[in-house]
Design a protein around this ligand. Structure first.
Ligand SMILES: NC(=O)c1ccc[n+]([C@@H]2O[C@H](COP(=O)([O-])OP(=O)(O)OC[C@H]3O[C@@H](n4cnc5c(N)ncnc54)[C@H](O)[C@@H]3O)[C@@H](O)[C@H]2O)c1
Length: 315
């Protein structure tokens, strides 16, 4: 089978590509190395992949490519390319989010519509489509009210997937990821920032009181959910993908990082940032029912793997 992974040099895309290659599948990976974070980290993500003859890497901006040609004879698309990050999605940068998250998804779906071979188009959506809600755990049929422009852009992508399915039978599926962590995690994400700070003895800034909680999902669980969705999810479905790290407060995660790194650092509490939600919590019963998915990696195990990976970079 032939698989296309967009955003293949990024955190999640590179992990999906690695798993597919491990399964001896043929993979095309596309990434343009946006400047949101260092190229060096992304190069590390795909270093080994590039040595594998089943992996073809294309460095290009998908918005400038001939997507009909790209999708030719592709069986499965895992659409991970996006401008990620909640906090930087305000103001003039929303243009980047509109282009890379909304326009790009629409263009890929147009190409998917013309494809004869495509079996599934798996879209990386986000728990940020829910926004701040008292209705926890978050269920797929909750009212959707994102509180960040990023969340709005991811929801627009998800809605586009659904309407291309409804109108043109594009076999699109959206997976709403809940905060993903593990090897390759983006350097703007909390655990990466905290672990690096512990390792380097730098101060940690917490936005808010640290009592905000998240469902944390280890990256191999997200990867498995993508592959299960490609195989099994009914076209048009929208499915939460959460992890074993349910209801973990930021302060608790920091204590665990302190234990795992066996180091100490100073923690400073500052004002909450606009766009951050207080709690996320995933109802994953739909994923269990449709995909046979349940998270396999315990929070402490996953976090210790991320610590080990970051030690190899920063220690
Ligand atoms: N990391 C999380 O916790 C999380 C949570 C929910 C949803 N998501 C979604 O998962 C996906 C992957 O996130 P990530 O954390 O791996 O982010 P990432 O930034 O590490 O990866 C995205 C990659 O897409 C590439 N890209 C962006 N626009 C492109 C374009 N026009 N052409 C080619 N390449 C382009 C970037 O260079 C980057 O390498 C995103 O769609 C994100 O919105 C992530």
């Amino acid at each position: 089978m032939k698989h296309l992974v967009t955003g293949a040099a990024g955190f999640i895309g590179s992990n999906i590509a690695k798993e597919l290659i491990k399964n001896e599948e043929e993979v095309i990976g596309v990434d343009c190395f946006t400047d949101y974070y260092s190229r060096d980290l992304k190069e590390r993500n795909i270093k080994e992949l590039k040595n594998n003859s089943n992996f073809k890497f294309i460095e290009a901006d998908l918005l400038k490519m001939n997507l009909n040609e790209l999708l030719d004879k592709v069986d499965y698309v895992y659409h991970q390319a996006a401008q990620a990050g909640v906090r930087s999605s305000w103001g003039k940068d929303f243009e980047i989010y509109s282009r890379n998250n909304i326009l790009l998804t629409q263009k890929l779906l147009e190409a998917a519509r013309k494809s004869k071979e495509l079996k599934k188009f798996v879209y990386a959506s986000s728990s940020s489509v829910y926004g701040d809600t008292d209705k926890l755990p978050m269920q797929e049929n909750n009212r959707l009210q994102p509180v960040s422009p990023y969340g709005v852009s991811k929801l627009a992508g998800e809605n586009l997937c659904y309407l291309y399915y409804k109108n043109f039978k594009v076999p699109a599926v959206s997976l709403r990821y809940f905060t993903v962590y593990g090897e390759g995690q983006r350097p703007d994400m909390a655990f990466h920032i905290f672990i690096r700070a512990f390792l380097k003895g730098e101060k940690i800034n917490i936005f808010g009181d640290g009592k905000q909680s998240r469902n944390f999902t280890y990256v191999s669980d997200i990867v498995r959910a993508n592959i299960l969705a490609a195989e099994k999810a009914p076209a048009g479905a929208i499915i939460n993908i959460g992890g074993a790290g349910e209801g973990i407060k930021l302060n608790e995660a920091i204590e665990l990082i302190q234990e795992l790194t066996n180091m100490k650092t100073e923690i400073i509490y500052t004002d909450k940032v606009k766009g951050d939600v207080k709690h996320t919590s995933a109802d994953i019963s739909k994923a269990e029912k449709l995909l046979g998915y349940s998270p396999a990696v315990k929070f402490k195990t996953g976090l210790s793997k991320e610590v080990k990976w970051l030690k190899s970079i920063y220690s």
